[in-house]
Design a protein around this ligand. Sequence first.
Ligand SMILES: [Cu+2]
Ligand SMILES: [Zn+2]
Length: 270
Amino acid sequence: MSPAARCPPPAMLAPALLCAHLLLAAPASRAWPGAAPDEPEPQPQPQPEPEPGPGAVAAQLSDMHDKVTAIWQQLTQRAAEPGAPGSALHAACRVQPSASLDPAQPRVSGLVLFRQPAPGAPLEAFFHLDGFPAERNGSRRAIHVHRFGDLSPGCEAAGPHYNPRAAPHPHHPGDFGNFAVRDGRVRKHRGGLAASLAGPHSIVGRAVVVHAGEDDLGRGGDPASLDHGNAGRRLACCVVGVCGPLPWARAAREHAERRKRRRDSDCQAA
Ligand SMILES: [Cu+2]
Ligand SMILES: [Zn+2]
């Protein structure tokens, strides 16, 4: 047989190649009519999660906060046991009259110092303030920690009370209460404060605000009382910043000397 007789003529070869190409490119289910269709297995549909209510969200947030705080305290307390040298945290707040102060209002200034023996331990503070009207001896002025630390437009810029756990007033960590004014001054040491200089709810970078009025401590009977205690105008404020131990040591020495002088004068008067 001649080669020409074994090979199909070129006119028949082209349609045959085209048919073979189409058969190879077609999906199996279509290439073979009558074969079972290649349908995907039915998948279980995910059920929508029920929407958590506001109480559940608050509980989750509170639980998350407690876990973060516990981890943070474990990490820091290994190097900062209470009483160990250098373990205490210190901060200072240089109080200045509000930039937006009405000229008729007293210009209060001074220094608030904080000391915390270790992260998680109760905070103590010295409040040294001057500039109150001397004629109102016995008046009481509220002092709180407020949320923001940018005070350039005035103490109003400090925003509301610092309230990381959505608690009512006076249960915010920086609700320091009322301070008696004597001879135009406040000289007070307070311990057992709930605020902290460390951890997720540190007050460092936030504002201390001195008010013109007295804090009603949530007993005012109106919604504002549970928000800010109706403490009145913001006379002075400052931003809490980390510092070394020396300012606290100086204030503690002066405080001890003042108490000794007072005791001595009481003894002479008796
Ligand atoms: Cu306040
Ligand atoms: Zn408050």
